[in-house]
Design a protein around this ligand. Structure first.
Ligand code: ADP
Length: 676
């Protein structure tokens, strides 16, 4: 078959060229330039003609009249197995004298490249019905197959993804729903496809959808948007969403793809961590609060308040493990979350099986619903909660046990709903309770020490008072004796006895002063007097008593009027001068000076003795403190400076020391001038 017959033979407008000729030329041109590959074979299968598209497809020119059935270099079945040439569709069409449709083959070109081709061989018969050949159209479907492959790869990726991938239209209608979406949200493809996306959006978050869709319409992507969605069972899922616009062939946004990652576990872990941190912080701050406090009521109130908050209880209370005089109820001490009357009216925890469990040391008692506990409701008259009592369903009771193992009391929590208190609440209350027990032990110890101390001060007060009376009498008798004695030696003995007695009287009155200070009973009798005169007089009295030291008074002022207790200030001066002499055994002088500065008069007593080390200086004004080293070999109770400081403080003054070991000390005190 050389040429195609296209219409009947007739004369045309092109002059004398016969129509047949024109038709043939036209057909040949169409045949040659067709965009699809077409070729023909004679009835024996030899290729008779082919067009340009066929040459391009085969990548070669077949030999007319020699090449059989197909112009391809090599042909294969779609699965890649070689296809014998005589079994190719064209060969079969000629053999079977019938058209073959859509049986895909693989054509390999001489350069090795392969094309997917669907041949459409059609047999051609002459007017007598005899087979004259066949015409074959080859459709190159390579691109289509590649697209299909990519599509199915994409589909496989989508289906195997752990993230839910959902397609939807701009109206929110679900158009695709992968396996992960099924697993995550619990709806099958059938259930989800065609439904509105609000299927998985919680009511209160519906607004999110319109915001997202607006962004998508504007061709914007929504990245890692963390939100909550609902599963089919109503479970809230924390998810991270990435939503991208889907564009149609013309570039217009036609829908959205939504990738949802379930971050519930991560969120739960975050929440748990946060919770844990909060609990730790709470534990730390309660621990700190209660360890810094020594007041039992304050400690227990803090513990009750904080544990009530931490457990989410409606109310919490601490009860002491002491039974009232009727032997019925435990003693309510602190309460949180409910008014005290709410308890008092309806009775404290009674000595029932439920409460006894805590107080008798059975340990923690936690119930999701206390009313269902076998120990509940056993006791008359209420048989459970008395009418009008704060309703308690969830119940938690933690004993507070002292180091010695005694149950001091218990922390009790209640809530009207069931199942409120969990293991973690129990754990945290137990650890706070043990801290509280230590704090309570300490506070109790502190109370005891305070009490003992008060008793000791009381004793010192009484003892020194009792001692002072006989000492005063002895002093009186000694004076009478001294006057009536004529023997010098005996007079000498009496003098020595008086000197020792004097020391004793100073010690006793120091002790008495301490107890007065402790009891807040050191009274001052204020008067205006001249400090210069007081110093002069005191030095005059003291100088004869010291044979070793020269007391020098540097007095730059005529008078220094102060408003103070003269006797007490004298006591301070005597004490400081006595110390200056006592603690400078190798020196022979003590310098005393008075100065005025602003509204204060300052008295300085300077010695050249053993001195005081820096670290001891800060302690010498405390009760019973005596410095180490040389000073410890000298007699004293460590009370003089303590009393002096108390006296000066009470005058709103100041007493300080400057000292260096081996060089001496300078004590100075300031008291307000009488500014009238
Ligand atoms: P006491 O002299 O009875 O021990 P004080 O309260 O008067 O008690 O003094 C407390 C301590 O301060 C003394 O034990 C001594 O160590 C130290 N001290 C006081 N005055 C001086 C001083 N002038 N020089 C050196 N040390 C002193």
């Amino acid at each position: 078959m050389d040429k195609f017959v296209t219409s009947q033979n007739s004369v045309t407008a092109y002059g004398n060229i016969p129509q047949q000729e024109i038709n043939n030329q036209l057909a040949t041109s169409i045949f040659d330039n067709l965009p699809v590959a077409v070729y023909t074979c004679d009835h024996l299968g030899y290729i008779k003609s082919y067009n340009k598209a066929a040459t391009k497809l085969w990548g070669r020119e077949p030999a007319i009249g020699t090449d059989l059935w197909c112009g391809s270099w090599k042909i294969f079945q779609p699965n890649g197995e070689p296809l014998p040439l005589d079994l190719c569709p064209m060969a079969r069409t000629l053999k079977e004298k019938r058209s073959i449709e859509g049986e895909e083959i693989l054509v390999q070109r001489p350069d090795g490249t392969k094309r997917n081709v669907v041949p459409y061989p059609v047999p051609v018969f002459d007017s007598s019905g005899a087979l004259t050949g066949a015409i074959n159209t080859l459709i190159d479907v390579t691109e289509q197959r590649e697209d299909d492959e990519q599509q199915s790869m994409l589909a496989a990726i989508i289906e195997s993804s752990d993230d839910a991938i959902i397609g939807k239209t701009l109206d929110g209608i679900i158009t695709s729903w992968n396996n992960a979406a099924e697993n995550m949200f619990g709806y099958t493809k059938n259930e989800a496809l065609g439904k509105h996306i609000s299927l998985i959006i919680p009511l209160e978050r519906l607004d999110e959808e319109s915001i997202i869709i607006n962004k998508i319409r504007n061709n914007e992507k929504v990245d890692h948007f963390e939100t909550v969605r609902l599963s089919k069972t109503g479970e809230e899922l924390f998810i991270s969403l990435t939503i991208s616009p889907i564009k149609g062939y013309n570039g217009r946004v036609v829908g959205a793809s939504k990738i949802a990652r379930n971050i519930s576990t991560q969120k739960l872990a975050e929440k748990a961590l946060q919770h844990y941190t909060e609990n730790l912080e709470a534990l730390y701050s309660i621990g700190k609060l209660i360890s810094e406090d020594l007041d039992i009521r304050r400690i227990l109130q803090k513990v009750t308040d904080e544990t009530t908050k931490l457990t989410g209880a409606e109310f919490g209370a601490f009860f002491y493990n002491t039974i009232d005089n009727k032997g019925e109820s435990y003693t309510l001490y602190t309460l949180s979350g409910a008014p005290r009357e709410a308890f008092e009216k309806f009775g404290m925890p009674r000595n029932t099986e439920v409460f006894n469990a805590t107080f008798s040391g059975e340990g923690v008692f936690r119930a999701d619903d206390i009313t269902k506990d076998p120990r509940y409701g056993k006791n008359a008259p209420h048989r459970g909660m008395p009418e009008g009592h704060l309703p308690v369903v969830s119940y938690l009771a933690v004993p507070v046990v002292s180091k010695s193992g005694i149950v001091i009391g218990g922390l009790f929590f209640g809530h009207p709903k069931a199942g409120v208190f969990k293991k973690e609440h129990e754990t945290i209350v137990v650890s706070i309770a043990s801290q509280a027990a230590v704090a309570l032990d300490n506070a109790k110890l502190y109370e005891e020490i305070k009490m003992l101390n008060a008793r000791k001060d009381e004793f010192i007060g009484i003892a020194s008072h009792e001692l002072k009376t006989p000492l005063t009498s002895i002093n009186g008798y000694l004076q009478i004796l001294e006057r009536n004695l004529s023997n010098d030696m005996n007079i000498g003995f009496v003098k020595k006895t008086k000197a020792q007695l004097n020391k004793l009287m100073v010690l006793v009155s120091d002790l008495l002063d301490v107890s007065k200070i402790q009891a807040g009973k050191l009274e001052l009798t204020m008067e205006t007097f001249d400090l210069n005169s007081l110093l002069t007089e005191t030095i005059e009295i003291m100088q004869p008593l010291s044979t070793s030291h020269l007391l020098t008074f540097y007095n730059g002022f005529e008078e220094t009027l102060v408003l103070a207790d003269r006797r007490r200030i004298e006591q301070v001066i005597i004490n400081l001068i006595t110390n200056a002499i006592k603690y400078s055994p190798k020196s022979d002088k003590v310098n005393i000076e008075v100065n005025k500065s602003g509204k204060y008069a300052t008295v300085t007593i300077k010695d050249y003795g053993i001195g005081i080390s820096n670290d001891q200086q800060e302690h010498i004004f405390t009760r019973f403190f005596r410095a180490d080293g040389l000073a410890s070999h000298m007699s004293g109770l460590g009370l003089g400076l303590y009393i002096s400081k108390e006296i000066i403080d009470r005058h709103k003054g100041n007493i300080k020391v400057k000292s260096e070991i081996g060089s001496g000390s300078e004590f100075y005190f300031s008291i307000p001038l009488n500014d009238k």
